[in-house]
Design a protein. Structure first.
Length: 261
């Protein structure tokens, strides 16, 4: 599929073509197959916890876990709870508001986490896309997670050295789609928003949020949902280089560090 051309602004109108110097990336369900790892990890965890039949079907249990995750992540994003507490509350909600002590909830989550991490994998198109873009663009990460989690994830997946900066909501105190999250990541790269593209799997949190913050927002629509003509949309990372080639490319030799952290 040919990537849809940059469309742009808040009202879907044409915007001025920008010289892009860097690409900021979302991680989960963009370069890393979070959904598949979460499903595989939860199946193994339910089996080991003796809970396989407790929810009727594994698929129902997976939906229940996702709902608990979304509920308590929203509370964390709103500043209503801590990173550790949102994990504990996910466990308690999943288990039917079980009255678990903090240590019990932490241990349950740790057992789940071991299964989840064992299933980690990049999408097959991630490394080829990074390879194709490496010479012409700087790269960073902006994630609605924590630096502790995402830095470790990128290292275990073997791609941490591809990104000169990893910026995470839990550490900067603001989450996507707030403009301040995108601007903090741009500031970390020492670039203006109009010099940066952002790639993520969520049309509003990622692409729309980035565009409203002045970046080139790109929606990675891996499932082919479509229906958002105002957004720059690709269905695979193999289409990203072609989309970026439609824009003037800035000289990234100036201001880019010689080595990545």
């Amino acid at each position: 599929m040919t990537p849809e051309p940059p469309a742009g602004g808040k009202d879907g109108g044409t915007v001025a073509v920008m010289a892009i110097r860097a690409v900021l990336w979302d991680i989960d369900d963009t370069i890393f197959d979070y959904a598949a790892a979460d499903r595989a990890g939860m199946r193994r965890h339910l089996r080991d916890e003796g809970l396989t039949g407790a929810f009727g079907t594994t698929e129902y249990a997976l939906r229940r876990w996702q709902q608990a995750t979304e509920l308590h992540w929203a509370r964390f994003s709103a500043g209503e709870t801590s990173w550790e507490e949102q994990r504990r509350d996910r466990v308690r909600t999943f288990l039917g508001d079980a009255p678990l002590e903090d240590a019990e909830a932490d241990a349950w989550f740790a057992r789940y986490l071991a299964h989840y991490e064992a299933a980690w994998a990049l999408f097959p198109d991630t490394v080829p896309a990074l390879d194709l873009l490496a010479a012409d663009y700087r790269h960073g990460v902006l994630s609605n997670s924590s630096l502790h989690n995402q830095d470790r994830k990128l290292r275990l997946l073997g791609v941490r050295d591809r990104f000169e900066a990893v910026v995470c909501a839990a550490d900067i105190g603001v989450s996507k789609p707030e403009a301040a999250a995108f601007h903090t990541a741009c500031d970390t790269l020492g670039l203006a928003p109009h010099e940066v593209a952002y790639v993520g799997d969520q049309p509003d949190t990622d692409a729309r949020g980035a565009a409203d913050a002045g970046l080139l927002g790109i929606w990675l629509d891996r499932h082919g949902r479509g229906g958002r003509p105002e957004l720059n949309r690709i269905t695979g990372l193999d289409q990203l280089p072609a989309l970026l080639r439609t824009l003037p490319r800035a000289d990234t030799r100036f201001g880019a560090p010689s080595t990545f952290g």
